[in-house]
Write a protein that binds this ligand. Structure first.
Ligand code: HPA
Ligand code: ZN
Length: 323
């Protein structure tokens, strides 16, 4: 086992639907008596090749159609937790996409019950602490985000926060100002994807209009010096996903990733896997790639792991225990 796997870490940018491995797609399809539009696991895995975010999202939304029952969602979390625990994850703040399920007729109660059962199992099996972050799909109508928040409100106690994901360019955070204000009013923590493919102005909007407490991705902040200065002063964390950025062609390879520049600029960067089943690795694999291709040494990795606990919304007693 790689020694970087044993470094205790938190994962703060993880779409639970993006942990759906091809084997599980076929297993759940069999259990739910559904057809998969690929002949076998190998041909589905071979289709995990993308030109950009939108080309990935097509397959991501189509594969998750096999998630139908409470047990399906619970099993998805269990498989992720087993893999993540083996790579040193002690705490995870997990995104899920309610609209991607409710829009195909799966009740929110089923999704919430399944995810809750899964995270309870992760706690029991691995001692892993967890939080659930419901993301609004920014490329769907804003009114749907309002309806989704209304449906989530009775589940607020089971939620850590809300986020914003899906196709970024053309869907600025400003569209969701009111939804995020309401979410904050419910006592939910708030984060948003910004600056993955979208411009630095989307990061400014996420900070100023949505009031986010972390920026998901944010690799494009380096194009705006004033933004970098502000984020450094405010110690505003970034949840960076190196293997995702390579697979979605945000950067050509890990060796040219901006992570060292983000750290040198004084930003609180963390390392995460985003959609590990699709992007070639879990969070420990991201650390290994950074060490191999960018020469980030053990101390650098320890700093990144420490940042993950500092940037988390973990309660203070647990943070002290893990730091
Ligand atoms: N970006 C935006 N939306 C997403 C992603 C991502 O990397 N993964 C799943 N939904
Ligand atoms: Zn993401």
């Amino acid at each position: 086992m790689d020694p970087l796997f044993t470094l205790p870490k938190a994962e703060l940018h993880l779409h639970i639907e993006g942990t759906l491995e091809p084997e599980l797609v076929f297993a759940l399809a069999r259990r739910n008596k559904l057809a998969v539009p690929f002949p076998d696991v190998e041909s589905l895995r071979a289709a995990y090749q993308f030109d950009d975010l939108v080309s990935f999202l097509g397959l991501y939304y189509s594969c998750m159609d096999v998630l139908r029952t409470e047990e399906d969602f619970a099993d998805l979390v269990t498989e992720y937790a087993d893999r993540a625990a083996a790579q040193g994850v002690r705490h995870v703040e997990m995104f899920f996409d309610p609209q991607a399920h409710t829009s195909r007729g799966i009740p929110l109660d089923v999704v919430m019950a399944g995810l809750t059962l899964g995270v309870e199992r992760a706690r029991a099996t691995h001692g892993m602490s967890t939080g659930l972050i419901a993301c609004f799909l920014r490329d769907r109508p804003v009114v749907e985000a309002h309806q989704t928040l209304e449906a989530l409100a009775p589940h607020a106690d089971a939620l850590l926060g809300v986020g914003l994901d899906s196709a970024e360019v053309g869907y600025p955070p400003s569209l969701f100002t009111d939804v995020f204000r309401e979410a904050r009013g419910l006592g939910l923590r708030v984060v948003a994807h910004a600056g993955e493919e979208g411009p630095p102005s989307y990061v400014w909007e996420a900070l100023d209009l949505l009031g986010v407490e972390r920026i998901d991705h944010g690799v494009r902040v380096l194009e705006d010096e004033a933004l970098v200065r502000r984020m450094a002063v405010e110690r505003m964390p970034l949840t960076v996903c190196p293997l995702s950025n390579v697979r979605l062609r945000v950067v050509p390879d890990v060796a040219s990733h901006a992570l060292p520049a983000l750290l040198s600029a004084g930003l609180v960067a963390t390392v995460n896997s985003d959609d590990p089943a699709y992007f070639g690795g879990y969070v420990g694999d991201n650390f290994v790639a950074l060490s191999r291709d960018l020469g980030i040494d053990r101390d650098g990795c320890a700093l990144l792991a420490r940042n993950s606990f500092l940037a988390s919304f973990i309660d203070e007693d647990r943070r002290k225990e893990l730091l």
